[in-house]
Ligand binder design. Structure first.
Ligand code: IPD
Ligand code: CA
Ligand code: CA
Length: 258
């Protein structure tokens, strides 16, 4: 069963990242000055891929560090072996393993696990979203001015109109709390769990959002690109909210006043 393999792979990887948290490991740089990858990202990724390959040798895999393992399959596993690597490498326990499964271009299942606080988020299309097996749902907040938001910033500064800093400034000038946790997958899950009313980020990759995207939708939330159009994980910008404040956030992110 897909679900069993997904859970097995997520748990195995989470065990590796937890066990190695306090250990010494190598850290290297990717593109962008502080875009890091650790030895543990690679170990986590290897464990995930081995488990998937053992159960589904013919499935397509897209994983952050190894890239694409191309197969002629309608199933695609989208993997972030550690989301929140900068946190991890600095000993900040806000990070997770994130794995989404797409079937024929549609996200059908996702799992996000932060083993440091033992939070396992899971969703399956049409069956709702759970945190440690208990159903979760988004908030009922209807006004952005009373909302609690979260965002993330790219490793390389985006110097454009309505870029990350301009949008951030707009919210904080109005006194709206905007947190920055450093893991997009955790950000999405915390919207799903009703801790944040909304999340936006200008530049993400498929592995950052694949699992969190279905978890938010199945918790009753809404996910779009920055323009408010239907979301797919292969576009950079994302807005995820409880649905009720979505149009207002889209307007603000695109230059509208609060
Ligand atoms: C990053 C995190 C971060 C987000 C970055 C991502 P990584 O992923 O999700 O919150 O702001 O855009 O690249 O590099 O830790 O896997
Ligand atoms: Ca990531
Ligand atoms: Ca990563």
């Amino acid at each position: 069963m897909l679900k069993n393999t997904l859970i097995k792979a997520t748990e195995a990887a989470a065990k590796i990242i937890k066990e190695n948290f306090d250990k010494t490991y190598t850290i290297s740089n990717k593109e962008g000055m502080n875009n890091l990858v650790t030895e543990i990202d690679h170990k986590s990724e290897e464990a995930i891929i081995n488990i998937i390959k053992a159960d589904y040798p013919d499935h397509f895999i897209l994983s952050e560090e190894v890239g694409e393992i191309v197969q002629d399959s309608e199933f695609k596993w989208i993997i972030d072996p550690i989301d929140g690597t900068v946190n991890y490498a600095n000993g900040i326990p806000i990070c997770c393993v994130s794995i989404g499964i797409e079937q024929a271009g549609k996200m059908i299942m996702g799992a996000v696990y932060n083993p440091f606080i033992n939070e396992f988020f899971f969703a399956q299309r049409g069956l709702g979203a759970t945190l440690n097996d208990k159903k979760i749902s988004v908030t009922q907040k209807t006004e952005v001015i009373k909302s609690c938001l979260v965002t993330g910033f790219p490793y390389t500064y985006i110097n454009e109109e309505n870029g990350p800093l301009q949008v951030f400034e707009k919210f904080i000038r109005k006194g709206i709390p905007v947190r920055r946790l450093g893991s997009a997958a955790v950000d999405l899950c915390w919207v799903a769990a009703g801790r944040f009313d909304g999340f936006y980020e200008h530049q993400l990759s498929a592995w950052d959002s694949a699992a969190g995207f279905i978890i938010v939708e199945e918790a009753g939330g809404k996910v779009t690109n920055l323009k408010g159009d239907p979301y797919n994980p292969y576009q950079p910008g994302l807005i995820a909210t409880n649905g009720l404040i979505h149009d207002e956030i889209v307007r603000i992110v695109n230059g509208g006043e609060i």
